[in-house]
Design a protein around this ligand. Structure first.
Ligand SMILES: [Zn+2]
Length: 147
């Protein structure tokens, strides 16, 4: 699942649920969303696909933009719960930098294997699921920022 959709789901959870209840539910949302069909291409193609690299770059910039927006509106619970909802994917970010910007993830321990296995419905057509989810979360998020 894209960082943007994980973050937006966390923002919504942070707006509607009190602390500390929002924290475990944001983490749970991450794994539920990763188990849904979503965008992805085969691991072996990730380092050579220009489209995949562009999607990752645009997703990263968009997710960071929403974090900046949450902070600029002073929505700190939404800001932090958004990061919590995204946080399991830091294991991929660390792996990416540790292996010289390698997008081909090779799970090595129980938690990374679990995290990869639940994403078995990662497909290029999953982009449509991501877009629908984004279009549902976007107006809710913008409304929450402005109220
Ligand atoms: Zn994930």
């Amino acid at each position: 699942m894209t960082a943007t959709n994980h973050g937006l789901m966390g923002i919504v959870i942070g707006a509607f649920l009190p602390m500390p209840l929002a924290i475990p539910l944001a983490l749970l949302s991450h794994f539920v969303m990763d188990a849904l069909p979503h965008y992805g291409i085969p691991q072996k193609q990730r380092n050579t696909s220009k489209i995949y690299k562009k999607v990752v770059a645009i997703d990263t910039i968009t997710a960071l933009l929403f974090a900046v927006l949450a902070a600029s509106f002073g929505k700190w619970a939404m800001f932090w719960v958004g990061w919590v909802a995204y946080s399991p994917d830091f294991m991929w970010v660390i792996s990416y930098f540790r292996h010289n910007n390698n997008l081909h993830m090779r799970p090595k321990n129980f938690i990374t294997k679990f995290h990869k296995n639940i994403q078995r419905y990662e497909r290029p057509w999953g982009a449509y699921v991501e877009i629908v989810l984004f279009l549902l979360l976007l107006p809710t998020t913008l409304h929450l920022f402005l109220t």
